[in-house]
Design a protein around this ligand. Sequence first.
Ligand code: ADP
Length: 400
Amino acid sequence: DQLFSRANMVTKVESAAELVARAVSTFRDQYGEKPTVAVCGPGRVNLIGEHTDYNEGFVFPMALPMVTVVVGRRTDTGVCRVLTTAQDADEPKQVEFPVPSTDHPLQPGKPAWANYVKGVVANFKGEVSLFDAVLASSVPLGGGLSSSASLEVATYTFLEQLNPQHSPVSLKEKALACQKAEHEFPGMPCGIMDQFISVMGKEGHALLLDCRSMAAELVPLDNPDVVVMVTNSNVRHELTGSEYPTRRRQCEQAAGILAKNSLREASMEDLEAQESKLEPVVFRRARHVIGEIRRTTEAADALRARDYAKFGKLMVESHNSLRDDYEVSCAELDTLVSAAMECTGVYGSRMTGGGFGGCTVTLLSATAVQDTISHIKEKYTGQPTFYITTPAAGASVLQV
Ligand code: ADP
């Protein structure tokens, strides 16, 4: 608590219970009744394994204590009504839509935020009854901590609770239905990481996810002396929009020249043997991906052994590779990482997410938090926000 009082050093995260209370109060004002169901789905941060998902590699995220809450109840009004309390969502904050039928399927549209909800309704495995719902979230919207997947997974969990007689699907099917929702409605061709971790996260654990087989393994990260600090640079460099597709194409090109289905199947030796056949930039992109996939499995080994120093070293190697070979970092992220690494008690730090802004993730001793934040604030000229976190649970049902 001392942390929060000291001049706004760490962002205080609203608890799930506080979010529920706020959502219930809004629900009563708006719909004049008490909701019967409350659920939540968490945001996430990726500890290591960046730009590996679309190369069939490994990722290693954990669920965050920041969540999206959905409260609501069944109705017979003839439409579904959803209201978001998120300030940053586009207008209008309330939408109405009919339950989809074969003759009248749901369509994406405006406002943009409602597409995440509609996409899940359209992809729910089971019958959807009419409902009213209110959303409240502690995941910053568009901050790279996957507020979108947390909303999808919370919505799916809400629909499950609304229909007690529905036959439950596996966690994997649930995550895949939410991923499909994001592909079809907001139209984002995302990988499987965000929805899988938001569904499968477990308190005190990170999740090693194989993006080829979709196998998921929980690995303990439960030492009370170790915390994960998420630092939002609060910058986002608007690029041409071609950066991501270009990287993907370069990876496919490298895999093709190496005669592999994906870079997951290539070793560093394979790559080096073919160096002369690859454009230098394509070679470096592939070197990042192949190295990063190996680092991610090594990081999982290190975490199983509770070797935080080793884990941290791999995080820094990941950052350097993203900066130099994959070229998706930026000056702000580099400053946040190097400032963190100058502090005692910091095991490792790296950019997390797609890059060109957004957040860094830092593994550090709980006792080092205050000094590290002070030092970063001295070195970083922008306005960073800090979240002190430990791995949280996946989607769950809450007391309404
Ligand atoms: P990220 O998932 O990293 O936060 P995205 O740009 O992928 O960023 O998704 C953010 C979008 O998700 C928001 O612009 C909004 O449309 C939607 N969204 C997320 N949380 C909420 C919420 N609580 N209420 C309404 N819309 C939300």
